[in-house]
Write a protein that binds this ligand. Structure first.
Ligand SMILES: [Zn+2]
Length: 451
């Protein structure tokens, strides 16, 4: 059989791995390329394998870099089923709708302001295209073996990372292939540790933090200090946050501090419509995370949830100190901009970054100490305190990734290191080869390897 590395090879986005035998073609994940322009432009190119020839898609989780190219795949002729877990289906729906909306808005803006070299600018896909994808989703329980043919079956198993995320064990014509998907930290705040594979002939392992060990700080303690310091100055704390998972983690930490009377009795506000939708999913899918029903409902009572923009305005002009969690996490857009327009120029306020800040984003610039920030075409002086809370990553570090391989009862023929920048994959390859004596390959995008 052949493995086609169509995306997420040599980079962390655009995850797409295709397994082709003489009788079946299966695509694992169908992600959007993100970040640098040369990567994003790949989203416009046709797949090097005809989507009409793909029988099934198996989806590890609902992040955009794993499901965000599905509307294009369907547009280009894919008609099969897309298997995933129930929370993944819901998260993918929210993320794809949001992605289509952003693409439609960007194309419209480019056409109105005539800045696109494409005339007219056309969105990569629209909400209508996403609606063609949704009926193809087929929900599967984790740990249940699903037969795709006489000689092909698969199952999902728990991967931590985000709600609903799973790794995949694929038995295909006598070979056992395991795809890690993205793997969370073993001591994640809300999620259980990832289930480790017991045997595999080939493993496809993510390597986002393959050359890094996460810092050993205590995010709860860091947050307590930041909230109290900002309150003592009479200021507001703004936490830009990813809507999926991170908002819910921040809510949990704040609720814990509040319960122990370690932080003041002030408004704690969640202002992200998608974050609130994901919170609903947390409440509905309790077997997927550590919180029980009482904790969930008690946690929610600590917060004011906002979805209407008029309420955002009201909160911004309310003078009392407060804590606001708003998307987006890297300050690339979303409600958080409205808060920062008003708050970032005042020294009593604090902005706490709680996630990865990619190159070129406002979040990264603030983190690197830029003294001004541009929002909606206007320049603002940065007078607020800018801080970062480490240790909250949804990805495991080198230690977690190696640990994930330690329960194998056989020796796989090869481990393909995917979903990582080159140095990260190289770092992980060295460690796996020295510590576990397992053979690793770092595939390149568009490489086809026979196994
Ligand atoms: Zn992910």
């Amino acid at each position: 059989m052949k493995v086609h590395f169509l995306g997420g090879a040599g980079t962390v986005t655009g995850s797409k791995t295709l397994i082709e035998t003489s009788s079946i073609s299966i695509l694992i994940d169908c992600g959007l390329f993100q970040g640098l322009k040369e990567l994003r432009e790949l989203n416009r190119l046709p797949l090097s394998y005809d989507p009409k020839e793909i029988d099934f898609v198996l989806l590890t989780h609902g992040h955009l870099d794993h499901c965000g190219w599905l509307p294009k795949l369907v547009q280009d002729g894919f008609k099969g089923k897309i298997f995933c877990t129930s929370p993944t289906k819901e998260i993918a729906r929210l993320i794809l709708m949001d992605s289509a909306k952003i693409q439609e808005e960007e194309a419209e803006k480019a056409n109105n302001e005539h800045y696109s070299k494409h005339n007219p600018a056309i969105p990569l896909y629209t909400i209508e295209d996403v609606q063609q994808v949704l009926p193809l989703f087929k929900v599967i329980e984790k740990d249940v073996v699903v037969a795709l043919s006489d000689s092909v079956s698969f199952s999902f198993f728990y991967a931590s990372h985000i709600l609903g995320a799973c790794s995949i064990a694929l038995d295909i014509e006598g070979k056992k292939l395991v795809f890690s998907g993205d793997i969370g930290q073993d001591d994640d705040i809300l999620l259980f540790p990832a289930v480790k594979p017991k045997n595999a002939d080939y493993i496809f392992l993510e390597s986002t933090y393959g050359n890094r060990v996460h810092p050993n700080n205590n995010p709860l303690f860091d947050l307590e200090i930041i909230i109290n310091n900002t309150y003592n100055k009479g200021g507001n704390l703004v936490i830009p946050s990813f809507a999926v998972e991170r908002v819910q983690v921040m809510m949990y930490l704040i609720w814990k501090l509040k319960k122990e009377n370690k932080i003041p009795d002030i408004p704690y506000i969640i202002d992200t419509p998608m974050g609130i939708d994901v919170l609903e999913l947390f409440l509905e899918n309790r077997k997927w995370h550590k919180l029980n029903y009482e904790e969930c409902s008690e946690m929610c009572k600590t917060f004011t949830l906002i979805s209407e923009f008029k309420d955002t305005i009201e909160v911004i002009y309310d003078k009392q100190p407060k804590v606001v969690i708003a998307a987006s996490g890297m300050i690339t857009g979303g409600r958080v901009l409205s808060y920062l327009e008003r708050y970032i120029t005042k020294p009593e306020n604090t902005v706490a970054l709680v996630g990865y800040q990619a190159e070129g984003t406002r979040g990264r610039k603030l983190l690197e100490g830029d003294k001004t920030i541009k929002m909606y075409g206007k320049i603002y002086e940065v007078e607020a305190t800018i801080l970062s809370i480490e240790g909250l990553s949804a990805h495991g570090d080198q230690k977690d990734l190696i640990n994930w391989l330690t329960e194998l009862e056989n020796k796989p023929q090869s481990i393909f290191l995917v979903h990582g920048e080159n140095e990260a994959s190289e770092g992980l390859k060295n460690e796996i080869e020295t510590q576990l004596q397992l053979h690793c390959i770092i595939p390149k995008r568009r490489q086809i390897i026979e196994i």
